[in-house]
Design a protein around this ligand. Structure first.
Ligand SMILES: Cc1ncc(COP(=O)(O)O)c(C=O)c1O
Length: 401
């Protein structure tokens, strides 16, 4: 019988102390990814949405990383984690007045502006606050990133960015400092070509606007989940360096998945083995509310038994959760030798795992753990049932009077 470990720490030991399901992250893997990006000397703004746990953000803050945020919630998280507001870029199509005000107040590095009405709104608020807002226009370059349609963001019919053709005669604003151009064409991108097209597009446009000092190339570098062959971080960076040789611009990158994706697993326990004439199901204690990627994108994750049995014959299983939805699955037809109470590690879930989780079916948020050398630390405690409905009232709150 062999036992799966993460950096030498047996997974069953973590399960014993923390319970299942839980997310487990490797500090060493995150730091390796960071080191690879850091070599570029570009401004690396970690995309907080990929994994917004305070402990993970603190890890990046300690490296003096930048942050790419999309809400005031993410801003508050970055500040609480010790991030420097001067290293924050603010993306997102729906920034509220409150969010813009708050970002101006703390003095972020730049707003990634996604529409003309947003630019007008920032101008109005900056004027009222007597501040000058640093702005990067996010361009929609109509480039096909050749990825899942739900994570393609650079095409005409996507809601993101400003139409390239509309950026011709730029109005000047008294309280806007137009410092940059940017784009983010999608996520889990496997080819360098679309990145190259995006760079060409930004360079062409930047030449026509005097005030541009910054090019923000967004995130999007893919990682390996199954047998994909994404470019390494090093290959991606040298491709960009080559394309931007002798260009005068400061370069910003916003990687999310490629910094944390491969550094996390979801540890779960087999509750039941249910065999029917049509299918064998392994029913796990983790559900789609904990990890929604398979249900949302039909994403493939490797699933590894923590204990290897030699006395059980492998069978084909659908690995499913306890949530009352047929979409509540992690994998179909996987050959595994497993029995009830076995632990399984669902791999490559460091990005868009915990950060996309919910309380659906009134399931409390699960614990998150960081393995650092041969120790492990709880970065987020499992939510209690009291936490789950602490904000709810039996009779409602009287508010109108
Ligand atoms: C504006 C922006 N920047 C960066 C990212 C991070 O992308 P990825 O995790 O693919 O690197 C995203 C993700 O969707 C995004 O919307």
């Amino acid at each position: 019988m062999t036992m799966l470990t993460i950096e030498g720490v047996p997974l069953n030991e973590i399960a014993k102390k923390v319970g299942t399901p839980c997310y487990i992250y490797s500090r060493a893997l995150i730091e390796n990814n960071w080191k690879a990006f850091e070599k570029s000397h570009y401004k690396i703004c970690y995309a907080v949405k990929a994994n917004s746990n305070l402990g993970i953000l603190n890890l990046f803050a300690n490296k003096n990383a930048g942050f790419d945020i999309v809400s005031q919630g993410e801003l508050e998280r970055v500040l609480a984690a010790g991030g420097n507001p001067k290293n924050i870029v603010f993306s997102g199509v729906g920034k509220t007045k409150e969010e813009i005000k708050c970002a101006l107040q703390v003095g972020i590095y730049s707003f990634n502006v996604e529409s003309w009405p947003e630019l007008e709104r920032i101008q109005e608020i900056a004027q009222l606050m007597n501040k000058k807002a640093p702005v990067t226009l996010r361009v929609n370059p109509n480039i096909d990133a050749k990825t899942h349609p739900y994570i393609a963001t650079g095409l005409h019919h996507n809601k993101f960015g400003i139409e390239l053709k509309e950026i011709t005669h730029l109005k000047s604003y008294s309280h806007i400092d137009l410092i940059g151009l940017g784009c983010h064409i999608g996520s889990q991108i496997m080819d360098l070509e679309p990145f190259g097209e995006a760079i060409d597009c930004l360079l062409n446009l930047a030449k026509k606007i005097n005030s541009i000092k910054i090019l923000n190339l967004g995130g999007g570098l893919g990682i390996q989940y199954k047998d994909e062959k994404p470019p390494s971080i090093k290959e991606y960076l040298s491709f960009i360096e080559q394309k931007l040789k002798d260009q005068p611009y400061e370069i910003i990158l916003e990687p999310g998945r490629s910094l944390v994706g491969n550094a996390g697993i979801l540890l779960t326990k087999v509750e039941y083995i249910k065999e029917t004439p049509y299918k064998n199901f392994a029913i796990l204690d983790a559900g789609m509310n904990d990890l929604i990627r398979p249900a949302l994108y039909d994403a493939w994750h490797n699933i590894i038994p923590v204990t290897l049995h030699t006395d059980i014959k492998p069978k084909l299983y659908d690995l499913v959760g306890p949530v009352c939805e047929t979409g509540d699955f992690f994998a179909h037809d996987r050959e595994l030798a497993i029995k009830p109470d076995d632990l399984l590690a669902i791999s490559t879930v460091g990005a868009y795992g915990a950060s996309m989780s919910s309380n659906y079916n009134s399931r409390p948020s699960i614990a998150e753990v960081l393995v650092d050398k041969d120790e492990f630390y709880i970065l987020r405690e499992r939510e209690s049932y009291q936490d789950l409905f602490a904000k709810e009232k039996l009779n409602g709150l009287y508010v109108n009077g």
